[in-house]
Design a protein around this ligand. Structure first.
Ligand SMILES: Cc1cc2nc3c(=O)[nH]c(=O)nc-3n(C[C@H](O)[C@H](O)[C@H](O)COP(=O)(O)O)c2cc1C
Length: 191
């Protein structure tokens, strides 16, 4: 396969990490929504999710101050709304009202679920140690919701620069579920 050098600033576009999520937060009595792609699963149970929120985003301070959020998973039908939420700031726009989204009370956190999303993960910030250096939050999922309908879900996957893939055909290939969690080395004893 013939290859060429790719500018380093484009490298992230090849590592598509998972569905675009809409992070909802509640801070100072105001709910906000932010699309986010930079997230990863860190543990099955209790489920841990790591994610990066730029400190320039209004949601960063909302999440840092409240310690809670909901990761809502939209489908392709909401693509334009997702982009609109990503082009506006909660500092000046009420995104729920402006984009016609429905706030729904969560069970374990104060931040609202987004009614139009097919799944929602209520999360609490579990570890703050990487926030100051990397804007990296480690979240624990404390309650998870999924639509009852079994209709196939066309989730959105962001390729950067305004390009998206929509999830398509599924294949089932049997595999053993390997544990990637387990005991961790105490600090200073790694390697
Ligand atoms: C598809 C998409 C994915 C995004 N992913 C992230 C992300 O992972 N982290 C981040 O800090 N900003 C991300 N953004 C940018 C924020 O969503 C954007 O700056 C938003 O306006 C922030 O809103 P807020 O100021 O109300 O928090 C993304 C935007 C889009 C459209």
């Amino acid at each position: 396969m013939k290859k060429k050098t790719l500018p380093l600033t484009e490298a992230y576009r090849l590592i598509e990490p998972g569905p675009v999520v809409l992070v909802s937060t509640l801070h100072d009595g105001r709910a906000n929504i932010m699309p986010m792609t930079w997230h990863l699963v860190m543990e099955f149970g209790p489920p841990l999710i790591g994610c990066v929120l730029s400190a320039k985003n209004h949601s960063f301070s909302g999440l840092k101050a409240s310690g809670e959020c909901v990761l809502n998973i939209p489908t392709a039908e909401l693509a334009e709304t997702v982009v609109r939420c990503g082009n506006t700031s909660g500092s000046s726009v009420d995104k729920f009202k402006t984009f016609g989204l429905t706030p729904v009370s969560a069970t374990c956190v104060k931040a609202p679920l987004i009614g139009e999303c097919y799944a929602s993960l209520e999360c609490k910030v579990k570890d703050c140690r990487l926030i100051s250096e990397y804007n990296f939050f480690i979240l624990e999922v404390v309650h998870a919701w999924i639509a009852v309908s079994k209709k196939p879900r066309r989730t959105l996957h962001h390729l950067g620069e305004g390009e998206f893939m929509v999830a398509g055909r599924r294949r089932s290939l049997p595999s053993a579920k390997t544990s990637i969690g387990g005991p961790r080395c105490p600090p200073g004893t790694e390697g």
